[in-house]
Design a protein around this ligand. Structure first.
Ligand code: SAM
Length: 358
């Protein structure tokens, strides 16, 4: 009989791991403070100030000094803000402002931290789903759409027409000439409105199941005076009409019926039409996601949102990290015989599938 190896922890590894967990706790708390700093505009205010006291910063931001001072304490011990005890001055270094302020556009990491609090909002419901199955419905996320729209708008403003559209050879020219375009799961429709403004010769439709999202999309189109963008509240698993281009940005993995939706998209494309699907850059093989720069974030967002909203409708629950292999398989099953993947340099979150029927 072989001797059993006692499962006693290696004290050095245990010590190291304790340190790592401490860091996780501290960084998670910093993330929440960064979210607050973003929402109340403190990073923006500080990026325009030299070293300043908490009273000066609070005054410039129009905020309560006591809260600002406590927040600055966390920012200082967390290494985000520099503090000079001799004069009580706090300073946001320009290198940090460049990744925390609104001026950073798509590089603004502080905006992303807003998802942390949103996850906390639904933790009890997620907990119940762990025990009983099912999921958390969209109605439990009153702020999600705003946070999501803010995040993706930063990307679309910076890159949609100049970088993402040109990922498809010839598409810019087609959009200039005039084609029919549908964006499914359009959210607040900013992508559609940007495209409609940039390509007045084309006609755009944005569809989403969320009435609130569609109302915001319509309001922006009206503000911008667009007569070539319209929006519909619809379940895009059932599509009518035919289009030259259908887009889906960060949508398919959230859906209750992704396979049916992909088939509806294939069916809704005219001959030679293109489906441009932006989705999460990950592998369907868990082991290949180890070391992904956003790995834990993707799985956390999946548990707290993407997977659970789909499961709440009895859906497929693909999860945020459904990955390239699953996406390519499902696109093929939906009738897309030709699929290429494209990436935007520097974008670690998204991969773009350019799919055609053959
Ligand atoms: C993660 S958001 C992406 C929104 C938008 N494309 C963007 O990039 O900001 C996914 C969107 O899919 C929508 N959605 C979910 N199920 C849907 C369905 N069955 N039909 C249409 N839209 C749906 C949600 O309401 C949500 O707005």
């Amino acid at each position: 009989m072989s001797e059993r190896t006692p499962a006693r922890p290696d004290p050095v590894r245990q010590e190291e791991f304790t340190g790592r967990m401490l860091q996780v706790l501290n960084d998670s708390c910093l993330g929440h403070l960064c979210s607050l700093g973003h929402r109340v505009g403190l990073f923006d205010v500080m990026s325009g100030l030299p070293s300043a006291t908490s009273a000066q910063i609070a005054g410039a931001a129009g905020l309560d000094e006591r809260y600002v001072r406590e927040w600055l304490g966390g920012m200082t011990v967390g290494g985000i803000v520099e503090y000079a005890p001799e004069d009580g001055g706090y300073r946001l270094p320009p290198e940090h402002a460049a990744v925390l302020s609104r001026a950073a556009g798509p590089d603004n990491m502080a905006a992303f931290m807003q998802y942390l609090a949103m996850m906390g909002d639904v933790e009890d419901e997620v907990l119940a789903a762990f025990r009983e199955g099912g999921g958390v419905p969209y109605s439990s996320y009153p702020h999600f759409q705003d946070v999501q729209a803010e995040e993706t708008a930063r990307v679309y403003d910076a890159a949609l027409t100049g970088t993402i559209v040109p990922l498809v050879p010839g598409l810019t020219g087609q959009l200039r000439s005039g084609i029919d375009v549908l964006d499914i799961g359009t959210g607040q429709g900013h992508a559609v409105n940007l495209l409609a403004r940039a390509f007045p010769g084309s006609r755009f439709v944005g569809m989403d199941i969320s009435a609130a999202g569609i109302a915001t999309a319509r309001a922006e189109a009206a503000r911008w005076g667009l007569d070539n963008a319209r929006f519909e509240v619809a379940d895009t698993a059932e599509l009518t009409g035919s289009y030259d281009l259908i887009t889906a940005f960060d949508v398919i993995h959230d859906l209750a019926r992704p396979a049916r939706t992909l088939a509806a998209v294939a069916n809704g494309l005219r001959d030679g039409g293109i489906f441009l699907m932006g989705d999460i850059a990950a592998s369907s093989e868990l082991s290949e996601n180890i070391g992904h720069p956003l790995g834990p974030t993707l799985y956390a967002l999946s548990v707290f949102y993407c997977m659970t909203v789909s499961l709440a409708e009895g859906g497929a629950g693909l999860g945020t990290a459904w990955g390239r292999q699953a996406a390519l398989r499902m696109l093929a099953e939906a009738g897309f015989g030709e699929v290429e993947t494209r990436e935007v340099p520097g974008d670690i979150l998204n991969v773009y599938y350019v799919a055609r029927k053959r």
